[in-house]
Design a protein around this ligand. Sequence first.
Ligand code: NAG
Ligand code: NAG
Ligand code: NAG
Ligand code: NAG
Ligand code: NAG
Ligand code: NAG
Ligand code: NAG
Length: 564
Amino acid sequence: MMRPRARRAICCLKFRVIYLLLTLNVIILLLYGDNYLRTREVTKVKSTTSIAKTSCSFHSLSPKEAQVANFLKHSIAWPETLSLPPHLFLNDTSDPAQSTFTILPHERGSWFIGDQLEVLIKVSDFYGRPKTSGGDFLLARLHNPTLNAGVAGRVFDHRNGSYTAVFSLLWEGSAHVEVTLVHPSEGITVLEKLTREQPDRIYFRSFFRLGSVYKITNCNICLNSSRRLCNYTDPSTGEPWFCYKPKNLSCDARITHAKGGLRVYLRPMEEKLFQSGVNLKVSIPASGPAHIQVLSQYDYFYRSDFNFPWDFPGVTKKTMQSSPSGYYYQGAWRSLDGTTVHQFNTITAISQCLKNKAVHLYGDSTIRQWFEYLNQSLPDLKEFDLHSSNQTGPFLALDYANNILLTFRSHGPPIRFRVIPVSHLHYIANELDRVVGGANTVVVIGIWSHFSTFPIEVYIRRLLNIRKAVVRLLSRSPDTLVIIRTANPKALTLYETLTNSDWFSLQRDEVLRAIFKRVRVKLVDAWEMSVAHHLPHSLHPQPPIVKNMIDVVLSYICPKTENL
Ligand SMILES: *[C@@H]1O[C@H](CO)[C@@H](O)[C@H](O)[C@H]1NC(C)=O
Ligand SMILES: *[C@@H]1O[C@H](CO)[C@@H](O)[C@H](O)[C@H]1NC(C)=O
Ligand SMILES: *[C@@H]1O[C@H](CO)[C@@H](O)[C@H](O)[C@H]1NC(C)=O
Ligand SMILES: *[C@@H]1O[C@H](CO)[C@@H](O)[C@H](O)[C@H]1NC(C)=O
Ligand SMILES: *[C@@H]1O[C@H](CO)[C@@H](O)[C@H](O)[C@H]1NC(C)=O
Ligand SMILES: *[C@@H]1O[C@H](CO)[C@@H](O)[C@H](O)[C@H]1NC(C)=O
Ligand SMILES: *[C@@H]1O[C@H](CO)[C@@H](O)[C@H](O)[C@H]1NC(C)=O
């Protein structure tokens, strides 16, 4: 995983670029205002006569929040990638098949548990010429299939075409290195451009009706501001949302919200940067051995008081460090943040843990999965039929004997579900304000995947609102347990990349961690739990991964559980 720290040479805030895009015989000129945080006006000029305006309305954040947003944007800035020449050839771009990784020898000659393993990655183009600039998106994993063990590595970009992946060695025996090129740096240039120029590429629809008159119009955060709009900005959070005003109907006649579709302009060459089996999530081969043997530390120095695994001499001196949040061993997630992850393998173990609890799940379909998992695992937890769709919820389930309440509600716009009644479009921050909280209340939040196509400010704003509501909840009911699920990588096709690339998810994941860093919440590190696992990346991780996530959740709820 790559977590770049340094800033780009050209800062996006001072950004003012005129980009020329040729699509069919239409020239689209896009001009950017330099205040990204308030209202960003994108002017598309189709020929010289008709002028169309799309406004992405984020509304003004308070000066303090604007500062936070600026800081966050700065901290997730990706290493500068080269702008693409007008005639880009695939052969000049990063090719995983021509790239290699090499395990660097340990200075001591062999590896022990607690050591860090360094792997040098050299990226080359299709001709095999080494790249001389960075910005490729790489993921790295260390694993042992026999032990069912795995851990995510951390990737450092040297910005000269070489990268170092660093892994923590956490088990004895063999450890295999796996390096994946998710996107070539040229693809990152395209993804950045898409967010800047086509933030409205996913569009939404609302159905309006009064008596026998009905209309369907488009809705978004970014709409053509020259047209009449219905303003559905949430009064309490200030979260913006708009629809084009339906003719002959009032804005109050809105009945449903739904995902419309994807509308995107890409040059044919740009599409070639996202080809499965070529340069989209493809493994990079090893130049030599791809695995090492890790010896038990007891063979060398046994210390009864050592603080595994961070206390080893030498480890803390290194500048390139991997500090994973956990790892798999025999298929079970072991946390490294001090939490003991228990195995909740029986119905009794789960229901005893949840006895007398109200568990409220809020978010997208990756949180709905957790409702489905618990609903399926506990026969005495009966779902009450709220007549809602199985995609959108809301859901409610009760176990009367054990006094367990489980609920799920999806987050508000830009939720990308099929059809949802507008009366079910609730913002998480507002929902949290309605929770009394207390020692028997567990709040679980997972919100990330539907924000990928928008400028990051939209997500920052949403999380700052949720954060404020979490802080209010924790101050009125300090015993409430709040758990947050992070983003995770998924299976990518060209379509999935343009709407929901892991690169967009990674940026949002970093923002999420930063915003909740100083809030008393527990994280479920879905990112590392997916990267470290042998199962393929999936937006909705497969049952063995979900089982591990639920074990982490239940271990937060019931930390003292013994003899399950
Ligand atoms: C934006 O709205 C104006 C006024 O209705 C119209 O002339 C223009 O064509 C619209 N542009 C787009 C891209 O829809
Ligand atoms: C790209 O490189 C390959 C292998 O070096 C070569 O066969 C092919 O002709 C090149 N294509 C172009 C358009 O240069
Ligand atoms: C790239 O940068 C790293 C770190 O500064 C350095 O060790 C390495 O030699 C450089 N590689 C090349 C090919 O310049
Ligand atoms: C929408 O409404 C909000 C709050 O009522 C207001 O602050 C904002 O300026 C309005 N936006 C537009 C584009 O009318
Ligand atoms: C609006 O209502 C008027 C009067 O009933 C009707 O003539 C017109 O066609 C309607 N316009 C639309 C766009 O439905
Ligand atoms: C909950 O479980 C019941 C019984 O298996 C099933 O019919 C229902 O569809 C489940 N609900 C959800 C939201 O998964
Ligand atoms: C919801 O139900 C439909 C049709 O019954 C089914 O195809 C779909 O997979 C279900 N979705 C979920 C998330 O369970």
